[in-house]
Write a protein that binds this ligand. Structure first.
Ligand code: AMP
Ligand code: MN
Ligand code: MN
Length: 350
């Protein structure tokens, strides 16, 4: 650890080491290795997890801006079969740096992944990742076992965007408004707008650095949370019509589901469903909230939330997914009934 880097006023305090006890910090040697790999590369390939959220896409685009300004060739993507930036994230700058997975280098010399807790979460880009010479994994999921050749993983960081900001400073980059907008999208997405328990002093300090660039917090909030097509209200109505409250092992469980048919009637894309869990989870009588969302391929993407007692991360990991103690998910190819039965079983063990 080099004190000169840590303490310089224009650099952030190391995330997760100062304001939280316990492990999670990334060793200096790992940062040094990352800088070495990036320094010698002419081209850097960037990938984030499928159906990207603000943290995945924001972190990736922020780093892409900086690498591009360093004179690197940058190619960035995510491995969705139907490649499209979710409408919610359409305001993020830097999207001209994105390419569809088919145009991604087949065997990159250097690949950096963002916010992806497993190799499988890279979707179509997992093959490219398997063939990459060096894979730097930047992530904050406790379940991430470090699938690449170099792990920059800090499970105490509230967002991958916090690690992306550190990388940017270490590369000698500075925050401009575009870069800050991307990082801010990651920070507010993963902290639920500074509401979750992951919202440490370091989170607010980072937010202050980002807002100081002149970004529009009001416009970003509106884009992320306060707008939707009319059909969203109709789909919400269908979801809430079938919402169920039942006894669960750790307290009540509230759950519902949204089908492809619900969405098709209004041409609503899958990515519009992200916020439903935030309404369902407000139920006072429930410790656990669950929303099953049928994707365009007919699989159920299961979103789970806990108020702190139940470990939904462990339950989802056991079912092939992952996430955090209070927010996790997985993919199910079973029926709604069988999916819920399996989930009840796993939650009962936790
Ligand atoms: P979501 O409910 O989609 O907002 O996801 C909540 C958390 O669970 C996120 O931190 C994701 O990283 C994780 N997660 C969601 N779906 C999956 C999946 N299929 N596999 C692994 N982790 C997942
Ligand atoms: Mn994510
Ligand atoms: Mn994240």
């Amino acid at each position: 650890m080099t004190p000169d880097v840590r303490d310089r006023a224009d650099r952030p305090a190391r995330v997760g080491t100062r304001d939280r006890a316990g492990g999670g910090a990334i060793p200096e040697s790992a940062w040094d290795r990352a800088l070495h790999l990036i320094g010698r590369a002419d081209e850097v390939a960037l990938a984030c997890h499928v159906t990207p959220d603000g943290d995945a896409l924001g972190s990736m685009l922020a780093v892409a801006f900086v690498l591009r300004s360093m004179g690197k060739r940058v190619v960035a993507s995510f491995g969705d079969r139907h490649f499209a930036v979710p409408r919610l994230l359409g305001f993020l700058p830097g999207q001209e740096m994105l390419v569809p997975p088919e145009e991604f280098p087949a065997a990159p010399a250097l690949l950096i992944t963002f916010d992806s807790s497993t190799f499988e979460r890279l979707g179509l880009l997992s093959d490219n990742t398997a063939r990459a010479a060096e894979v730097v994994v930047i992530d904050h999921h406790p379940s991430n076992a470090g699938f690449g050749t170099l792990a920059l993983i800090d499970a105490t960081a509230a967002a991958t965007a916090m690690l992306a900001e550190q990388l940017i400073y270490r590369l000698g980059g500075r925050l401009d408004r575009d870069i800050a907008t991307c990082l801010y999208a990651g920070l507010v997405t993963d902290t639920g707008s500074f509401r979750h328990s992951s919202t440490t002093p370091a989170v607010h300090q980072m937010a202050a650095r980002l807002v100081a660039t002149g970004l529009r917090t009001d416009e970003i909030a509106r884009e992320l949370w306060d707008r939707s097509p009319f059909g969203y209200l109709k789909v919400l109505a269908a979801a809430f019509d079938r919402v169920t409250l039942e006894d669960g092992p750790a307290g009540g469980m509230v759950w519902t589901y949204v089908t492809r048919v619900d969405r098709a009637a209004y041409g609503l894309p899958y990515s519009e469903l992200e916020g439903i869990i935030d309404i369902v989870r407000r139920t006072d009588e429930a410790e656990v909230a669950v929303v099953l969302k049928e994707d365009d391929q007919g699989a159920w993407q299961v979103s789970t939330r806990s108020k702190g007692t139940a470990d939904v991360g462990a339950a989802c990991a056991a079912l092939g997914g992952g996430g955090h103690h209070n927010a996790a998910g997985y993919t199910s190819h079973a029926s709604v009934e069988d999916t819920m039965a399996a989930l009840r079983r796993e939650l009962g063990k936790a």
